[in-house]
Design a binder for this molecule. Structure first.
Ligand SMILES: Nc1ncnc2c1ncn2[C@@H]1O[C@H](COP(=O)(O)OP(=O)(O)OP(=O)(O)O)[C@@H](O)[C@H]1O
Ligand SMILES: [Mg+2]
Length: 197
């Protein structure tokens, strides 16, 4: 069942409209890319689709129902800068167990070392920290994963590793995967369909 955005219009305060009557449907099992120039509203759209920003007009539904306001969000958003997505005062074991408790197999799949779990976020590299953010987003309750420039800051090797694991999991669990990136080759490689904003 799909994530559906219908007739979304959005602007910040009195600024010009960023989204005007925008609609999008992403089905489970689909990998959809969103691309467009810097500042066109991709991250804003990602926040709207995951319920963190309220559009002035339009609706976002998952399986025909509004996104839940409490508890685990089945539409998980992964940000470009993982350091902005974690509490600096929480060690990684607390951070990762915030939404669910991943098993060892999941930690191993993302190459997360046991000794990273007792570290603070600032004691990890960006690539190491991003792996935690990705795992945190992959509870069995997740049905849509939105990756907003998820690996843009990482080197090619780590980028490839993370995408390999994420796309395998998405396939296995029949997740809807939305890939936001300005890297056209990445979108082309991963996505069945691309939306130009
Ligand atoms: N909180 C805010 N208040 C006012 N304007 C904002 C706010 N956040 C973003 N904007 C503006 O909204 C527009 C869209 O921003 P957004 O971050 O969605 O773009 P983007 O497509 O993700 O860009 P990029 O490719 O650089 O990540 C930009 O012009 C930005 O300056
Ligand atoms: Mg952005």
């Amino acid at each position: 069942m799909p994530l559906e955005a219908k007739g979304i219009s959005f602007r910040y305060g009195n600024c010009p409209w960023i989204l005007k009557d925008f609609s999008l449907t992403v089905n489970r099992g689909e990998v959809v890319g969103i691309s467009g120039h810097s500042g066109c509203g991709k991250s804003t759209l990602a926040r709207i689709l995951s319920g963190y920003e309220e559009p002035q007009l339009g609706t976002v539904t998952l399986d025909g129902k509004p996104l839940p306001r409490h508890g685990y969000n089945p539409v998980q958003l992964i940000l470009q800068h993982p350091e902005k997505a974690v509490n600096p005062r929480w060690r990684m074991d607390k951070t990762i167990n915030e939404g669910w408790v991943p098993d060892q197999e999941m930690l191993d799949a993302f190459g997360i070392n046991d000794n990273w779990l007792k570290r603070w976020p600032n004691e990890l590299s960006a690539g190491e920290l991003q792996r935690f953010c990705v795992v945190r987003a992959l509870s069995s309750q997740t049905s849509v994963l939105i990756a907003d420039e998820m690996t843009t800051m990482l080197d090619a090797l780590i980028q490839a590793q993370i995408w390999h694991v994420v796309t395998e999991i998405a396939k296995k669990r029949n997740l809807a995967l939305i890939v936001i990136s300005h890297e056209k080759h990445l979108i082309k490689r991963l996505c069945q369909r691309v939306i130009e904003m």
